[in-house]
Design a protein around this ligand. Structure first.
Ligand SMILES: *Cc1c(COP(=O)(O)O)cnc(C)c1O
Length: 217
């Protein structure tokens, strides 16, 4: 089980970047993992988890939440508009807000339910046509629109293109966040979370390095 190793590496990366201990939140990405592995990580004390799909999360987390107190769930995958209500009910944060229609729905359901998840706006820093996220040039306007809806916008999120140097994308995301007065930076995964921390990540999303490889078979 890699949890302690990853926590140690996060602590070391914080120190090397001259950042305060505990300034980076480790999100353990449990999508697709067998329940025993998730349970082992819960038993080891981890309480902050990331999931990609509303349905998958709704299938396993209510049970775990009855047995373990203080669980915090982050939605890190694309959100379809018709699953927004369930997402607002289940998640403490949504990292994939990237269009106005979705932002409006989240705001409506948040009002109706009297609670809102923390909002991270996903930016398509690599401007990849197949990838979710708002374009860098459209991000400032979109942040303003989300704020006008009274959504608690905490920061930005990105997933760099697989074949490019991630630090360039992390630096770009940090720059866009800074000019918008946003403190949250959701960036960095198993292969690059230390680089992300060096460039200001406040939330790293680490899956396989904690749980082992995902078996999609
Ligand atoms: C799956 C996933 C992760 C975790 O990826 P690993 O490489 O297993 O750490 C992080 N962020 C997002 C958006 C993901 O979909």
């Amino acid at each position: 089980m890699g949890l302690q190793d990853i926590k140690d590496r996060v602590t070391k990366a914080e120190a090397e970047a001259g950042r305060a201990p505990g300034s980076v939140t480790l999100i353990a990405v449990s999508k697709v993992q067998p329940l025993e592995r998730v349970e082992a990580v819960l038993d080891a004390g981890q309480r902050i988890f990331g999931e990609n799909k509303v349905q998958e999360a709704a299938g396993k987390w209510p049970d775990f939440m009855e047995r373990y107190s203080g669980v915090e769930l982050h939605l890190i995958g694309p959100l379809q508009s018709n699953k927004t209500r369930a997402a607002v009910e289940l998640f403490d944060a949504i990292h994939s807000v990237d269009r106005l229609k979705l932002a409006r729905r989240i705001a409506d359901h948040a009002q109706e339910l009297g609670r809102s998840p923390d909002i991270f706006i996903q930016v398509n820093t690599g401007e990849e046509p197949q990838k979710a996220g708002i374009l860098p040039t459209e991000t400032d306007a979109f942040v303003a629109e989300c704020r006008a809806l009274d959504l608690p916008v905490r920061g930005l999120m990105c997933i760099p293109p697989v074949d490019e140097t991630p630090s360039l994308h992390f630096a770009l995301l940090a720059k866009i966040a800074a000019r918008n007065g946003l403190e949250g930076l959701s960036m960095g995964m198993s292969g690059d979370f230390e680089q992300a921390i060096a460039l200001g990540a406040t939330h790293v999303r680490v899956g396989s390095a904690i749980f082992g490889e995902r078996d999609y078979g």
